[in-house]
Design a protein around this ligand. Structure first.
Ligand SMILES: *[C@@H]1O[C@H](CO)[C@@H](O)[C@H](O)[C@H]1NC(C)=O
Ligand SMILES: *[C@@H]1O[C@H](CO)[C@@H](O)[C@H](O)[C@H]1NC(C)=O
Length: 500
């Protein structure tokens, strides 16, 4: 036994009052396949809070003789024992020790052993599966996720992997993040077919559940989270249904059980899609359409005059944005062609954590109102701020909300408050590129202020341009679906906010 393992076990003996939880199968029917589920707890959660969840899965996995083992985790933080896939031996040792106390005698993990984890436990579960060469029958990620890209992304996971998260998860496994993972499921479904994708890589959002419904009786993110809107009974039935469908679909069970599993996955998918589709549309708006709308807005023209214009939006990586240029060209037929450039800045949250998939801002380089007035000999309004486009983004997001989310936001959401644009010193371009949109959470709502440059044609450097750093419609969705409905102010930060 390595020293690391020994020290951990010692720490466990001192600091961890948990005992391994070993659940025997509910059935002893020898005709049913015997399977093991290893369930890794979230950070700071005593493992007893997973007992009801494990039992809910067992009770619906009627076609299996399912053992469940929820190991006691030293210091209740599995990540210490499994920092990465290559440094996961201590956790594997702990898991093996717990499994040896069960009556499970399977010897083909690739066929008979599933791994699950909740919250931080889902990170450890992924590490362990990858670190031990995917020698498991499948992985279940509850309120968590595998890697965004690479060999252990959903797209490339070499064994079946299920993602299940709550509609009201307010942390890293929120619907907006799950939407990103859903894209990999969907892309797989488009080539492999829906049935295969729902068997091997399902990504589901369960209605009304929060992050803590996976460990009933323990509120993981004590302060900064949204609360469940379903009873514990409903939540557990819902988790049990999704998990057992996945277990059946990936075990040697009857055709009837498999088609029931598939029907469950399809049924769950309807709700999942109602939640993720608005995000997918919003992610698409970040890639050009926001700047096209912005260009039309900031030049302050009438609908009639706008008919004499054409906008071309060029999408560039943020790294290339600084040296991109807006342009204009008068056409032979008398119309004006405006070329603007668009870049989405990498995601970040309202706070310091990357828990979103939404762009931090959508940045646009455009022509200004005075240039258009000069070129077309018309009157334009040069006082339209970038902020006007933020109002549009929020409207787009609001209109795309599923009915239930809209009702919730109307009832208890804090509004988005549009503040005047801010400007960089002397309208210096590189300062604009380095600067940021301001998005500030207050008791009154989310205060949004775009960063702008506005040079009229009378200016000396880069005359006739208007630049904006704009609110992403996806960020507005995050606010309406998640952060804007949290109780505020948060009285304290809980350490587990930092993980999933
Ligand atoms: C999956 O693997 C392929 C081949 O290595 C790679 O090109 C692709 O980007 C990976 N997918 C994701 C989502 O990372
Ligand atoms: C743009 O600059 C001009 C000239 O300084 C000013 O009159 C106008 O109000 C500005 N517009 C915006 C939207 O800031």
């Amino acid at each position: 036994m390595s020293r690391v393992v020994r020290n951990l076990l010692l720490a466990a003996a001192v600091a961890n009052a948990d005992d391994d939880i070993i659940l025997s199968p509910l059935s002893d029917d020898p005709s049913l396949p015997e399977r093991l589920l290893i369930f890794l707890p979230g950070a700071g959660v005593p493992n007893e809070h997973y007992k009801a969840t494990a039992e809910a899965i067992q009770s619906q996995a009627t076609e299996l003789r399912l053992h469940v083992v929820v190991p006691a985790i030293p210091l209740q933080k599995c990540i210490i024992a499994c920092i990465s896939p290559s440094v996961c031996a201590p956790l594997k040792h702990i898991v093996d020790g717990a499994v040896s106390k069960s009556a499970f005698k399977g010897t083909k993990p690739k066929e008979d052993t599933f791994v699950a984890g909740h919250s931080m436990g889902s990170i450890c579960a992924n590490h362990m599966v990858v670190g031990y060469s995917y020698e498991y029958a499948g992985l279940m990620e509850f309120g968590g996720y595998v890697d965004k890209s690479g060999a252990s992304s959903i797209a490339n996971y070499s064994i079946p992997v299920l993602h299940v998260s709550g509609e009201l998860d307010g942390g890293g496994a929120r619907p907006g993040k799950i939407a990103f993972y859903y894209q990999q499921y969907k892309s797989y479904a488009s080539t492999a077919g829906e049935e295969k994708a729902l068997t091997e890589k399902p990504v589901q959002i369960l209605p009304g559940l929060d992050h803590s419904d996976f460990c009933p009786g323990f509120f993981v993110t004590a302060i900064k989270d949204i609360h469940s809107e379903v009873s514990q009974e409903v939540a557990l039935a819902s988790i049990g249904k999704a998990a057992s469908a996945f277990l059946h679909l990936n075990s040697k069970v009857s055709d009837a059980a498999k088609s029931a599993g598939l029907a469950t996955m399809k049924e769950l998918l309807t709700f999942t899609e109602s939640m993720v589709n608005p995000y997918l549309d919003a992610f698409a708006l970040e890639q050009g359409p926001v700047c096209t709308e912005a260009q039309r807005t900031v030049i302050g023209v009438t609908d009639e005059d706008f008919k004499r214009m054409n906008i071309l939006t060029k999408v560039v990586d943020f790294g290339k944005f600084e040296h991109s240029r807006s342009g204009y060209a008068k056409k032979a037929d008398g119309t004006l062609e405006l070329t603007c450039t668009s870049a989405a800045e990498a995601s970040s949250g309202f706070g310091p954590l990357d828990i979103h998939q939404a762009a931090k801002s959508v940045d646009c380089k455009m022509s200004d109102a005075t240039r258009v007035a000069e070129q077309l000999g018309i009157k334009t309004n040069d006082e339209v701020e970038c902020s006007k486009v933020n109002e549009w983004a929020v409207k787009q997001a609001y209109n795309s909300l599923p009915a239930k989310s809209k009702k919730r936001f109307d009832a208890k959401g804090r509004p988005v408050v549009f503040k005047s644009d801010t400007h960089v010193f002397e309208n210096i371009g590189p300062l604009f590129v380095k600067g940021s949109i301001s998005i500030k959470e207050t008791t009154d709502g989310l205060e949004v202020s775009s960063l702008a440059i506005n040079n009229t044609i009378a200016g000396k450097i880069f005359p006739g341009v208007h630049y904006c750093k704009l609110l992403s419609p996806a960020m507005a969705l995050e606010w309406m679906m998640t952060d804007g409905i949290k109780p505020f102010p948060y009285s304290a930060m809980h350490t587990s906010d930092i993980v999933v």
